[in-house]
Design a binder for this molecule. Structure first.
Ligand SMILES: NC(=O)c1ccc[n+]([C@@H]2O[C@H](COP(=O)([O-])OP(=O)(O)OC[C@H]3O[C@@H](n4cnc5c(N)ncnc54)[C@H](OP(=O)(O)O)[C@@H]3O)[C@@H](O)[C@H]2O)c1
Length: 241
């Protein structure tokens, strides 16, 4: 009897927040999910989740490429979700060179390397590259100049990649979430407002991925923005602003 293998999906930043929710969603949709992250100790998978945690720092290019090769050797990769990201905020002069390098390498360099490594494979499988950008990509971001610049770069890469790869059947999608309730703001002096209307939930971003994948062959949702009803953030030490 022929054993039919599940299609595989690779999700970076699968240990928490949006990447965790997308990994669970893809697993529920029947994909064999390889979730990349540095630390899964706090990550709570349910028995039904078919997610293989891959402990790898996306800044460790050699290890990352070796992990991807191993997955590609044994699985048909159909989806790459470039989601891993970090945020450092504050007046630009207060961000150290080390933080700036980490921002650019994590949010921009790693997605480009992952995509480069997987693209021939994704062309063969007429697969998806889903890039998690941010609403900051297209706006001015005082106290988030560098973060916003990395997301603008990722968006530019994503749009050009679509035009380059669409004739090979590859679907490239850019998602632009606004304030989402995750750990991204751990280094910031602000967080989402208290009301449910002032933030998105990671599961809501994951539902968007399901909707994107549900389009008929030949239709591609290239860009999708999600915003909460209210634009309200809260300083960590005082009230909503
Ligand atoms: N939250 C928001 O309001 C918001 C809005 C727009 C866009 N986004 C974007 O959404 C994406 C996910 O962020 P999130 O909000 O879900 O925050 P999060 O909960 O902090 O998740 C970030 C994920 O990225 C992983 N990661 C970070 N650096 C990594 C590295 N060097 N190697 C491997 N994995 C790494 C983290 O895993 P480990 O720590 O285990 O490595 C974690 O799983 C980011 O690209 C972020 O810019 C978020």
């Amino acid at each position: 009897m022929e054993i039919i293998k599940k299609q595989a999906a690779i999700v970076t930043g699968a240990s928490s927040g949006i990447g965790y929710a997308i990994s669970k969603k893809l697993s529920a949709l029947g994909y064999e999910v390889f979730g990349i992250g540095r630390n899964f100790e706090q990550t709570k998978w349910q028995a039904e989740d078919c997610v293989h945690p891959i402990v790898c720092d996306v800044l460790d290019t050699n290890k990352l490429c070796a992990s991807l090769k191993q997955i590609m050797a044994q699985h048909q990769v159909y989806i790459l979700v470039n989601n891993a990201g970090i945020g450092y905020y504050g007046p630009h002069e207060e961000l150290s060179p080390d933080k700036l390098k980490k921002l650019v390498r994590t949010n921009l360099e790693a997605p480009m390397i992952l995509t480069q490594q997987l693209l021939r494979h994704l062309k063969k499988n007429a697969g998806y590259v889903i890039n998690v950008s941010s609403v900051t990509a297209s706006q001015s971001n005082p106290h988030g100049c560098a973060y916003g610049a990395t997301k603008a770069g990722l968006t530019s890469f994503s749009h050009s990649l679509f035009d380059e790869a669409r004739k090979y059947g590859v679907k490239v999608v850019t998602i632009f979430p606004d304030m989402t309730q995750t750990n991204l703001y751990r280094n910031a002096d602000f967080r989402e407002g208290d009301e449910i209307e002032s933030y998105l939930l990671p599961e809501e971003v994951a539902m968007t991925v399901e909707w994107i994948l549900g389009q008929r062959e030949g239709v591609i949702v290239t860009d999708i923005t999600l915003k909460p009803q209210f634009h309200r953030i809260k300083r960590k030490s005082c009230s909503s602003v």
